[in-house]
Design a protein around this ligand. Structure first.
Ligand code: FAD
Ligand code: NAD
Length: 517
C-alpha cells in the first residue's frame, strides 16, 4: 500500500515513526518488479531510475546475495593473484574471505519492506526468495514463502542453470558428492573447500567455463601439484566459437601450461572406487580423480513460462521477446534467459555479461516508457590466464566461414608469452606484414585453406565471421591490454552494422590497427 506523506515531514521523520517489526517483509504492491538478482536486473534498475528518479523498484533473487560479478568466479585466481605473497602461497588480505571482491553497486539496495515508504523510491531487494509463478493477466507473482506481489511492470531476468552430464546425473551418491556444477558464489566456495583435499580433478566440458576453470584450478593447486584433466567431445578448446586451427592452438597452450586436455572424448561411466571417482572414457581409458567439475553449458531458467503462458524459443531456448525485449504487454525479459530479435543479425540468445547488462538496460528504459530497439551490439570477452584472451562482437560461431588476419611478431618482440608458444619462427616475421587465414564452413568438406600460406603465428589478430560473405561477427584476438580496445570494439560494431560484404578483409583488418600497442 502506498503511504501518504505530508509535505513538512522528511523521509527520515516518516521512517522513525514506523515500527518496522510490524511491517511485512514482502511488499504487496510495487510499480516495477525485477525477477532475478543478476546484472541484467541491476542494469534495468539503473535505467528505470535514470528515466524516473523516484521509481520504486523491487528485485527478487533466489541467491542469498546482492548482485555480484559472476564472471570473476572462474577467474578467481586472476583476480586474487594481486593479493598473494610473493611466493604465491598465502592470501594477504581478509577480503578473500568475504564477497567484497565481486559485489556490485554495494550501498544501492534497501530492505524490500522499506520500499513502499520511500518517497525517493529506490531499489528494494528480497534475497533468498524465489518467484514460483507469474500471472500476467492479474499482474501478480507468488513467492516460495507463499506471499504475492502485485506489479505494474515486470522484468524476467532469471539467467540460466548448469546442465549436467548424463552419466554423472545418474551416478551413485558418492560420485555426486564429489561433483560440482558451477554457476554461483556458493559453488565456488564448495569447490575451493573440496579442492583443498584433492590431488586430482577432472573438468568436463571444453567451452568457456571448462577452459577457464581448468586453468584457474591448475594455478590454485600449483603448490599441491593438483593434476587437472579436461575432457570434452570436440577436437579442441572453445571449438564452438573458434575456427579449428585456433581451437587447436589454444588446446596446445593449455597442455603446455599443464592441463591434461583429453579431446574428442566423452564420459561413459563414473563410479566410486577406493575413495576416488573412477571415470571410464569413450577413448578406452580410465582415469581416477578426487573431484569432478561439470561445465557442459547452461539451460535458461524458464520455469515461469508455464504459469505466465509465455512462449519459449524452440531453437535457442529462452523467453521469446521482440526487438524491444518485450514478451507481452508490461512483461520484458533480458540477459541469458531471453531469446531476442536482433534486427541486424536475426533471432539470438546470448549468454554473456555485457549482453546481460545492455539488454537489462534496454528493458529498463522500455519499462519506464521508451520504445527502443536492440541496435547496440554487445561484446564478450574470455580470459584464460597465461594462455589467451579475446573479445568478440556479433556472431562468433565456428560453423560460420571465418577469415583471420594476424599480426606477425616484431623481430625484437620476445614477450613473456613466448614460453607457452606452440611454435615460433621469428626469423620469418617482418614488421609491416600481416598474415591471413581463411576457413570455410565446418560442414563443407571442400575446405579452402589456400590463404593459409604462413606459419602458425597466431599471437595477435582479428577473426571475421562471415554469413553469405557478409561480416556478422568479429573476434579481437589477444588485443586486450593494448591501447584502444574499446575503439576497436566500436569499429567492429560499425563493420557489422554497415554490412561489410564481398570486400578484401585484409584491407578491412587495417581499420583495427593491430600493430598499435
Ligand atoms: P544471472 O547472472 O544468471 O542472474 C540471474 C539470477 O536470477 C540468479 O541469481 C538466479 O539464481 C536468479 N533466479 C533465477 N530464477 C529465479 C526465480 N524464479 N526467482 C528469483 N530468482 C531467480 N560472460 C562474459 O561475457 N565474460 C566472462 O568472462 C564470463 N565469465 C563467466 C564466468 C562464470 C563462472 C559464469 C557462471 C558466467 C560467466 N559469464 C561471462 C556469463 C555471465 O556471467 C552471464 O551471461 C550473466 O551473469 C547473465 O546475467 P543475467 O542477469 O542474465 O543472469
Ligand atoms: P558453453 O556453452 O560455453 O560450453 C559447453 C561445452 O560443453 C561445449 O563446448 C562442450 O565441450 C561441452 N559439452 C557438452 N556436452 C558435453 C558432454 N556430455 N561431455 C563433455 N563435454 C560436453 O558452456 P560452459 O563452458 O559450461 O559455460 C557455462 C555458461 O557460462 C555459458 O553460458 C557461458 O557463456 C558462460 N561463461 C562465459 C564465459 C565468458 O564469456 N568468458 C566464461 C565462463 C562462463
Amino acid at each position: 500500500t502506498e503511504t501518504n506523506q505530508s509535505s513538512s515531514e522528511t523521509q527520515e521523520d516518516v521512517e522513525e515513526e514506523i515500527n518496522w517489526s510490524q511491517v511485512a517483509d514482502v511488499p504487496s504492491y510495487v510499480p516495477y518488479l525485477l525477477i532475478g538478482g543478476g546484472v541484467a536486473s541491476l542494469e534495468a534498475f539503473k535505467a528505470i531510475k535514470t528515466k524516473e528518479p523516484n521509481a520504486k523498484v523491487l528485485m527478487v533473487g533466489d541467491e542469498d546475495y546482492i548482485p555480484y560479478d559472476r564472471t570473476s568466479l572462474s577467474k578467481e585466481y586472476l583476480v586474487k593473484r594481486f593479493w598473494m605473497n610473493e611466493d604465491n602461497k598465502e592470501m594477504e588480505r581478509k577480503d578473500t574471505e568475504n564477497m567484497d571482491w565481486i559485489t556490485m553497486s554495494k550501498g544501492l539496495y534497501m530492505e524490500a519492506k522499506k520500499l513502499p515508504y520511500s518517497d525517493r523510491g529506490g531499489l528494494g531487494i528480497l534475497k533468498g526468495r524465489k518467484v514460483l509463478s507469474l500471472d500476467v493477466t492479474n499482474k501478480t507473482v507468488t513467492l516460495d514463502n507463499g506471499s504475492t506481489i502485485r506489479f505494474d511492470k515486470c522484468l524476467i531476468a532469471t539467467g540460466g542453470k548448469p546442465k549436467n552430464d548424463t552419466v554423472l546425473s545418474v551416478a551413485e551418491d558418492e560420485v555426486k558428492n564429489r561433483t560440482t556444477l558451477f554457476r554461483n558464489y556458493d559453488d565456488l566456495n564448495r569447490l575451493n573447500e573440496s579442492i583443498k583435499k584433492c590431488q586430482s580433478v577432472a573438468v568436463i566440458g571444453g567451452g568457456f567455463l571448462g577452459s577457464e576453470l581448468s586453468i584457474d584450478l591448475l594455478y590454485k593447486g600449483v603448490n599441491t601439484n593438483l593434476q587437472v584433466y579436461q575432457i570434452f567431445p570436440e577436437k579442441g578448446n572453445m571449438a564452438k566459437v573458434l575456427p579449428d586451427y585456433l581451437s587447436e592452438w589454444i588446446t596446445n597452450k593449455m597442455k603446455r601450461v599443464g592441463v591434461d586436455v583429453i579431446t574428442e572424448t566423452r564420459l561413459e561411466a563414473a563410479q566410486f572406487e577406493d575413495g576416488k571417482v573412477s571415470l571410464k572414457l569413450s577413448n578406452g581409458k580410465v582415469i581416477t580423480v578426487d573431484h569432478v567439475v561439470v561445465a557442459v553449458g547452461i539451460q535458461p531458467n524458464t520455469d515461469l513460462a508455464d504459469s505466465a503462458q509465455l512462449e519459449l524459443d524452440d531453437k535457442y531456448g529462452g523467453f521469446r521477446v521482440n526487438t524491444e525485449l518485450q514478451a507481452r504487454s508490461d512483461i520484458w525479459a533480458a540477459g541469458d534467459c531471453a531469446c531476442f530479435y536482433d534486427a541486424k543479425l536475426g533471432r539470438r540468445r546470448v549468454e554473456h555479461q555485457d549482453h546481460a547488462m545492455i539488454t537489462g538496460r534496454l528493458a529498463g528504459f522500455n519499462m519506464a516508457g521508451e520504445k527502443n530497439a536492440y541496435t547496440h551490439q554487445s561484446m564478450f570477452w574470455s580470459t584464460i590466464p597465461g594462455v589467451n584472451e579475446y573479445e568478440a562482437v556479433g556472431l562468433s560461431d565456428s560453423r560460420l566461414q571465418t577469415f583471420s588476419v594476424f599480426r606477425k611478431k616484431y623481430p625484437s618482440e620476445d614477450d613473456s608469452k613466448k614460453d607457452v608458444e606452440p611454435s615460433e619462427d621469428s626469423n620469418k616475421s617482418t614488421k609491416d606484414s600481416l598474415q591471413s587465414k581463411q576457413e570455410s564452413t565446418k560442414n563443407n568438406s571442400d575446405k579452402d585453406l589456400s590463404m593459409c600460406s604462413l606459419e602458425d603465428d597466431y599471437n595477435y589478430g582479428i577473426i571475421f565471421y562471415l554469413r553469405n560473405n557478409e561480416v556478422v561477427g568479429i573476434v579481437l584476438w589477444n588485443l586486450l591490454g593494448y591501447s584502444s580496445v574499446s575503439d576497436r570494439l566500436n569499429i567492429a560494431r560499425q563493420v557489422i552494422a554497415s554490412g561489410v560484404k564481398d570486400q578484401d578483409l585484409t584491407e578491412v583488418a587495417k581499420l583495427f590497427n593491430i600493430y598499435a600497442k
